[in-house]
Design a protein around this ligand. Structure first.
Ligand code: FAD
Length: 493
């Protein structure tokens, strides 16, 4: 049977897949497209994670789509509200009809002769393998494994009589009311879980090996609340979005150039929020500079309130081993627990774990360089959506989607069939992300690398990317375009 062909194949139906589908549909109306999703629902991250208190840790004015204003007054929103927003967006624009659920892309093989990808798909419901072809492959597959989070090896877990759960595997039937809970970790998930669980648990202890920067932000944006009184929500959205973009960039740049100033500001905030005499140095003073790792945001200081009310506490120590009753720590102290939540991170995976080859040669991702933060050197007709680490994910994914549409339209207008970033041998490769967080360090060697200069460098800067991707030229020295007929000769040359 001939394989089905689509012009653009989008992998993933999370925020970035829905965003990509919207833009392809809107800006490239002549192109056929489909969205393949391994799971049985829309939403990706916001459907997978169900732990108590799940919420965004960046504001929805920038995590929301540019084309569809975030409708709620809450700037830091809970997981179910974000999930509804993504799902409603998919159905409002008819994207839901383009999604094929239970379709996991496992392999993609590019043929220059045919100018297309052959994509091997595993049906996660029936186990069947099917094949499709596409002219352009757009991976919107997130950045971490869905089949399990990261938990370090702890000694003695088999002895522990309570329950151990990773937040990625949280289910609604886990009862923590009146129980003693220990949350292991100090990242965004831990600081979300602790105040949420403290409402019903007997007590929640956040057990961290080392502290993170934790900053309180208003749950409702004060500017948005003020403007909403006399402006329609549609007008308020772009204003607050830009205010937040600029504020985030300012704090990031200040953190890089004047870390002492940012440290002092964070310290002041902590002193204001925490009880007098609280040991900030031990529990909230990291050894690294702000934004060397992602900063943790807490809405309206909810974590600090839970500590102040005595519902939660922080212990900075190392786990020696699990015991029958809880955890024995390196300091010799013991923590009794009925439930231990291991908020110890994700397992990162590049491009949805898809094995790729180009004209029979396997693509080794660490040997490729990222082009404009969305394509790969030596890999034709492929883009991927990866967001910012220092600002909302969607900001970059939306620019990427817009750019892919410009690229597709440019190719159509000029009769090109193939586009391929061509590596400049004088540009050295560097790690894609320079975060020192454990989850990044563990996996970054499996990812593509970035180059030392444009267009190979990942600037993590929305204003710069906006100029480059929305208005910058599509043709440049690094991008090779090929027309159908002479392509074989020109590739051989
Ligand atoms: C708990 C948590 C909170 C977060 N909070 C924020 C925040 O506040 N702000 C922020 O900017 N970022 C946040 N992030 C990062 C977050 O993941 C992104 O904001 C965003 O949701 C990612 O969207 P995505 O569509 O790119 O990826 P995902 O949400 O991961 O969706 C990817 C989709 O692709 C599918 N898929 C993957 N591989 C394949 C394959 N091979 N074949 C078929 N389908 C595949 C998956 O099943 C999934 O549905 C958070 C992440 C986590 C884990």
């Amino acid at each position: 049977m001939p394989e089905e062909h689509v012009d653009v194949l989008i992998v993933g139906a999370g925020i970035s897949g829905i965003c990509a589908a919207y833009h392809v549909q809107d800006k490239c109306p002549g192109r056929t497209f489909a969205v393949l999703e391994a799971r049985d629902s829309v939403g990706g991250t916001w459907d997978l994670f169900r732990y108590p208190g799940i919420r965004s840790d960046s504001d929805m004015y920038t995590l929301g789509f540019r084309f569809r204003p975030w409708p709620d007054a809450k700037a830091i929103a809970d997981g179910p509200a974000i999930l509804s927003y993504v799902r409603e967006t998919a159905s409002r624009y008819g994207i839901d009809r383009k999604i094929r659920f239970h379709h996991r892309v496992v392999r993609a093989q590019w043929s220059t002769e045919a100018a297309r990808w052959t994509v091997e798909v595993e049906r996660t419901d029936t186990g069947e393998t099917i094949r499709l072809t596409c002219s352009f492959l757009f991976a919107c597959s997130g950045y971490y494994r869905y089949d399990g989070g990261y938990t370090p090896e702890f000694e003695g877990t088999e002895r522990f009589q309570g329950q151990i759960v990773h937040p990625q595997e949280w289910t609604d039937d886990i009862d923590y009311a009146g129980r003693r809970v220990v949350v292991v970790g100090s990242g965004a998930t831990a600081v979300t879980l602790v105040p949420a669980m403290a409402e019903r648990a007997a007590h929640v202890t956040m057990l961290q090996r080392s502290p993170s920067y934790v900053v309180s932000l208003p749950g409702q944006d004060p500017l948005a609340s003020a403007l909403r009184r006399f402006l329609p929500a549609k007008l308020v959205y772009p204003i607050v979005r830009w205010k937040n973009v600029l504020m985030t960039m300012l704090v990031f740049q200040l953190s890089r150039r004047r870390p002492q100033v940012v440290k002092a500001m964070i310290r002041k905030g902590l002193e204001r929020r925490l009880p007098a005499g609280y040991d900030i140095d031990t529990h909230f003073k990291p050894s690294y500079n702000p934004w060397d790792q992602r900063m943790c945001l807490v809405p309206d200081g909810d974590l600090f309130d839970a500590i102040t009310r005595g519902r939660a506490s922080v212990v900075t120590d190392r786990i020696d081993r699990f015991t029958e009753k809880g955890l024995k720590l390196a300091s010799g102290a013991e923590l009794e627990a009925d439930l231990v939540v291991t908020a110890t991170g994700l397992n990162l995976v590049p491009l949805g774990g898809i094995a790729m080859s180009v004209d029979g040669q396997d693509v080794e991702l660490p040997e490729t360089l990222t082009y404009k933060g969305m394509m790969l050197s030596g890999v034709p007709n492929l883009a991927f959506a990866v967001g910012y680490t220092n600002a909302s994910w969607t900001l970059k994914c939306e620019l990427t989607s817009e750019y892919v549409c410009r690229l597709l339209n440019h190719m159509e207008g000029h009769g090109y069939e193939i586009c391929k970033p061509r590596r400049d041998p004088s540009v050295a490769g560097e790690p894609l992300i320079d975060f020192s967080s454990g989850y990044v360090v563990r996996a970054i060697h499996e990812f593509p690398r970035q180059g030392s200069k444009a267009p190979w460098r990942l600037y993590q800067n929305y204003a710069r990317d906006l100029v480059l991707l929305r208005f910058g030229p599509v043709e440049d020295e690094a991008m090779e375009f090929l027309r159908p007929e002479p392509r074989i000769e020109s590739l051989a040359a």
